[in-house]
Design a protein around this ligand. Structure first.
Ligand SMILES: *[C@@H]1O[C@H](CO)[C@@H](O)[C@H](O)[C@H]1NC(C)=O
Ligand SMILES: *[C@@H]1O[C@H](CO)[C@@H](O)[C@H](O)[C@H]1NC(C)=O
Ligand SMILES: *[C@@H]1O[C@H](CO)[C@@H](O)[C@H](O)[C@H]1NC(C)=O
Ligand SMILES: *[C@@H]1O[C@H](CO)[C@@H](O)[C@H](O)[C@H]1NC(C)=O
Length: 437
């Protein structure tokens, strides 16, 4: 009897599967991709999604640790599928919001009564304001890890509206910010729950302003031409949660949605520099530690770390006959390129190792990610003085992880990192954006 019962169940479920697939030809993707370009004038990383009904492309500056998507709803927001999120709704609590607002010059997108409020912020201009939480259609391309595949749609993607003034300081043409942080309404969590894949995503920023890098939501493989799976050789280190929010506006007890890691030592040409260890840990006020950010173009080091780091670097460079020349803003430590050879992994300069928490967790920064070619004769060390008493001691900026693959696994709370892909004969600009559908 048991066998006929399971047979019947099998037939029933087969029937269900067939009828579902006839009813709505649904395709469940394993991963999604967004292209990312480096904006030449601001050095910000800009992606594009399709949103609204009818769909329009929306350019967004990427904020790796940002809480959620926000877009300008004050100018040119036209959509028949826009819905404001009501106070005390499930979406409102998912956003962690306790505020409820009315608006007097609506109704229009961004201005409705009895809606849930959040605080979109612009970390470039350091401005935050309040915005209406809303939902609308978002559509993106899926991927099999090698090429773009069918376009998929999230009918009710949660985001915040913002006034036009909040765009100030963003790359030209951008009308919002893509928050990839670990909030429940960040991109990674919303995409993962819409398509039931792991809360995992990878960032691979191109160093070129003329060819796109990529962000992939979901698990690997992440293949770059000529067929190299960048997820195959990652090293791992734990992600840490900063107990105090680093956003522009927040309520007490709110945690940061940014990605923190633990640097234990920094070595230059294998020689560790001396760092005050207190600065490397996150204290219970949320100060100190190391985060990874696309808001900063170059890595910032707290003053005492910066001094130890740059003097050790100058010393190691000198031992290779690389001579220091006058700084060129914003850089303070620059070298003549005269005695600097070139290699596949950039200028032949001393290597920097970030020794992270965990076994074999050494992130090696070669010349491609440490040196900025400012003119034909001068290379500058792409690290800046972050000042005394900064909120976060080390902020790893975008330049240092271009052409590196970083995989953020929110569920396992760990970061996978590749170090430079140039040594593996590929780059982040080598994702094949030719669709195979
Ligand atoms: C909100 O309600 C107030 C009065 O309660 C009304 O004056 C206003 O027009 C309403 N706004 C919108 C956007 O509906
Ligand atoms: C290390 O840094 C902490 C935090 O800034 C500071 O209180 C302490 O005095 C520093 N220790 C040394 C030896 O400089
Ligand atoms: C540096 O220059 C000196 C004098 O020109 C030379 O003797 C030495 O071999 C050079 N060292 C390196 C590492 O190139
Ligand atoms: C990129 O992908 C397309 C579609 O699968 C394929 O036809 C093309 O050969 C690929 N490009 C390269 C350079 O391999």
């Amino acid at each position: 009897m048991a066998s006929s019962y399971s047979l019947q169940l099998f037939i029933t479920s087969l029937f269900l599967i067939i009828s579902i697939s006839i009813g709505q030809p649904s395709f469940r993707p394993d991963a999604l991709i967004l292209p990312v370009r480096k904006d030449a004038s601001t050095l910000q990383y800009v992606t594009v999604i399709n949103q609204r009904t009818p769909l329009v492309p929306v350019n967004l500056v990427v904020h790796l640790g940002g809480q959620f998507l926000w877009v300008d709803c004050e100018s040119n927001y036209v959509s028949s599928s826009y819905r404001a999120v009501r106070c005390r709704s499930a979406q409102c609590s998912l956003a962690g919001s306790t505020s409820c607002g009315d608006c007097f010059n609506g109704p229009r997108p961004g201005c409705n009564n009895n809606t849930c409020g959040v605080f979109p912020d612009n970390p470039f201009s350091r401005t935050a304001t309040s915005g209406e939480l809303a939902e609308d259609v978002v559509s993106v391309q899926s991927t099999d890890g090698s090429n773009p595949g069918p376009v998929v749609t999230v009918p009710r993607f949660i985001f915040s509206c913002a006034p036009t003034f909040l765009l100030s300081g963003l790359a030209s043409g951008a009308t919002g910010l893509a928050g990839l942080g670990r909030a429940r309404i960040g991109f990674p969590s919303q995409f993962a729950s819409a398509f039931s894949f792991r809360r995992k995503f990878a960032v691979c920023l191109s160093s070129s302003t003329s060819s796109n890098g990529v962000i992939i939501f979901g698990d690997g493989p992440y293949r770059f031409l000529p067929g190299i799976d960048a997820s195959a050789t990652l090293r791992f280190t734990p992600l840490f949660i900063n107990p105090v929010s680093t956003a522009g506006t927040f309520t007490q007890g709110e945690r940061s949605t940014e990605y923190f890691i633990r640097v234990n030592t920094i070595r230059i040409n294998n020689n560790p520099i001396t760092i005050n260890n207190t600065l490397l840990a996150i204290d219970n006020q949320g100060n100190g530690g190391t985060k990874i950010s696309t808001v900063n173009s170059y890595t910032l080091l707290e003053t005492s770390i910066y001094r130890a780091f740059s003097s050790a670097y100058i010393r190691e460079a000198a031992s290779r006959n690389i001579s220091r020349v006058a700084g060129i803003a914003p850089f303070d430590v620059c070298f003549s390129s005269e005695n600097v050879g070139s290699t596949r992994v950039g200028p032949a300069v001393p290597y920097i190792d970030l020794v992270l928490q965990g076994q074999d967790a050494v992130w090696t920064i070669t010349g491609s990610n440490s040196m900025v070619q400012v003119n034909d004769n001068v290379l500058c060390l792409g690290f800046l003085d972050g000042g005394l008493n900064p909120r976060t001691s080390i902020v790893i900026g975008g330049y240092q992880f271009e052409d590196n693959l970083l995989q953020f696994d929110l569920a396992a709370s760990r970061l996978g990192f590749s170090s430079t892909l140039l040594g593996r004969q590929t780059t982040c600009a080598n994702f094949n954006f030719t669709s195979n559908v």
